[in-house]
Ligand binder design. Structure first.
Ligand code: PHE
Length: 341
């Protein structure tokens, strides 16, 4: 009996199968009710009592051995049938998928909005596809006014009324003024488009945050204080600002604001071209014509507006020299801002 068990074990050990069907045949041959291992159980009855213990144990061992053997043959085929398992790389670490990072422009925009929210501004948004009225006419750009050339426009259609891509988010300010009476205190973030050749310093689209405050007795002093508050929170408490006279059709008087260069601390370097100052935004008191065009009484209310490019602020904060990096989505560049938010 013991010899029979041993022979059967060797036979099973040597068994091979070329496909799943063959594995099933082996299972039937050895492990089914009428199989060879079960047949041993029938013989077991005639084994003398003093050998029953040893023989019983051997039969059980054989049964386990046969089950494991057939299972391992079956597993080999299951793995082969699943193609992806060919690429199973057991040396890979078990870390989860890498998370993306927030885009540097989003980080900077959120920071700008957070600072103005702290000063009581709420966020207003509007469409990127606009009409001539909201982008130009209402903002004191009469037809054929040369100031329209300041912002090279992408036109979508010129008939019957112009449809165009907004060149600034001042259009959102018009939309808010048209439907709201003062006090109005908003910041307008968004993407804007200008027909410019793409280079390290210019792109055909960029992002802005513009601000508007209209109420009774708003003066240039209020504007200056809010902008100083912004500059020191964004670029550090020692940051100085200066306002230079400028021109925009929708503000009067108008100014451009510089901040002290934080690379050289005002001594003069390549970034500030030796002047110690870098320009960051345009601003001014809202022209009475604009208030009137939007249904707000300029004899009762005054207001200020300002507008900045998010890319420009990000350039200064992170010393990114080439604007194009912001829209190329090179993951090595984006990863550098992993800890920025
Ligand atoms: N709209 C101007 C621009 O896009 C910026 C600006 C906004 C200037 C508000 C003054 C006041 O250049």
């Amino acid at each position: 009996m013991l010899d029979k068990i041993k022979a059967l074990r060797e036979e099973i050990n040597a068994a091979i199968a070329s496909d799943m069907e063959a594995v099933e045949q082996l299972r039937i041959k050895y492990l089914s009710k009428k199989g060879l291992v079960s047949a041993l159980m029938a013989d077991f009855r005639s084994v003398p009592a003093d050998q029953k213990r040893e023989v019983g144990q051997k039969i059980n061992e054989l049964k386990t051995f046969a089950t494991e053997k057939i299972n391992s043959l079956r597993d080999a085929f299951l793995l082969k049938e699943d193609d992806s398992c060919d690429e199973l790389d057991l040396t890979r670490t078990a870390s989860p998928e890498q998370l993306g990072t927030r885009h540097p422009l989003s980080v900077v925009r959120n920071e700008i909005l957070r600072i103005f929210a702290g000063m009581g501004f709420t966020i207003a948004e509007g469409p990127e596809i606009e009409d001539d009225w909201h982008v130009f006419e209402s903002l004191n750009f009469p037809p054929d006014h040369p100031a329209r050339d300041m912002q090279d426009t992408f036109f979508i259609s010129r008939d019957p009324s112009d449809v165009l891509l907004r060149t600034h988010t001042s259009s959102v300010q018009t939309r808010v003024m048209e439907r709201t009476q003062p006090p109005i205190r908003i910041v307008c973030p968004g993407r804007v488009y200008r027909n410019e050749a793409i280079s390290a310093r210019a792109h055909c689209f960029f992002h802005q945050v513009e601000g508007l405050y209209i109420d009774r007795n708003v003066s240039f002093v209020d504007l200056k204080q809010v902008l100083l508050g912004f500059a020191t929170r964004m670029f550090g408490p020692d940051t100085k600002i200066r306002l230079r006279p400028s021109y925009f059709p929708f503000t009067e008087p108008s100014a451009e604001m510089d901040i002290s260069c934080d690379i050289c601390g005002g001594k003069g370097c390549a970034l500030c071209k030796g002047t110690g100052w870098v320009e960051i935004l345009g601003c001014g008191m809202v022209d009475p014509n604009v208030l009137e065009a939007c249904g707000i009484d300029p004899d009762v209310y005054t207001g200020y507006a300002f507008g900045m490019g998010v890319e420009r602020i990000a350039n200064l904060k992170y010393k990114v020299k080439d604007l194009r990096l912001f829209s190329e989505n090179d993951i090595r560049f984006l990863r550098e801002f992993e800890s920025a938010h």
